[in-house]
Design a protein around this ligand. Structure first.
Ligand code: SME
Length: 161
């Protein structure tokens, strides 16, 4: 089991993700508990990219409920179709929001967050079982490369549920 992440800070974003993916796989394949695995995935993403906030919201009783995360305290519940997270759930698609102030209905858990990506997690029944939410306090940091790799990470997550 990988216990220390091996990712040099001098690499490009895509190179970091390429190194991170197999380490996430080996970290999670030896553990069956979803909370434990999602907690380590959130920690690994925070350690690698140092985003403002990164974590999971999981579908429980037809609501998104805060799951494992790294960063400041956050809203605990988000309804279907609400905010960026609830919209990604409803539309079953990844959303890149370059400026949250321009997103109608954005839920401001923190005024420091200005851009974000939310990727749905599909479980083995084909249902959205949660979302991965990445928030940045900077503009022009999150992009299509993040979406591409975060979707791969969410594909791993979907198999861990
Ligand atoms: N920004 C999210 C809410 C969650 S927090 O930012 C951690 C949204 O609008 O769905």
């Amino acid at each position: 089991m990988t216990k220390t992440l091996l990712i040099s800070s001098s690499l490009t974003k895509a190179e970091k993700y390429e190194l991170l993916l197999p380490q996430l796989r080996s970290l999670t394949e030896v553990e069956t508990d979803t909370t434990a695995n999602f907690a380590n995935i959130a920690a690994a993403l925070k350690e690698t990219f140092n985003w403002w906030w990164v974590g999971f919201y999981l579908v429980k009783n037809n609501e998104l409920v805060l799951g494992p995360f790294q960063g400041p305290i956050a809203c605990t519940r988000i309804r279907f179709g609400k905010g960026v997270c609830g919209t990604a759930w409803k539309e079953r698609k990844s959303l890149l929001v370059s400026d949250v102030h321009a997103f109608p209905g954005h839920i401001a858990c923190s005024s420091s967050s200005v851009s974000e990506i939310v990727v749905p997690i599909i479980n083995n029944k084909g249902d959205v079982a949660g979302v991965l939410d990445v928030d940045s306090e900077r503009y022009n940091v999150l992009d299509e490369t993040d979406i591409r790799f975060l979707e791969k990470i969410c594909s791993i997550c979907g198999k861990l549920m």
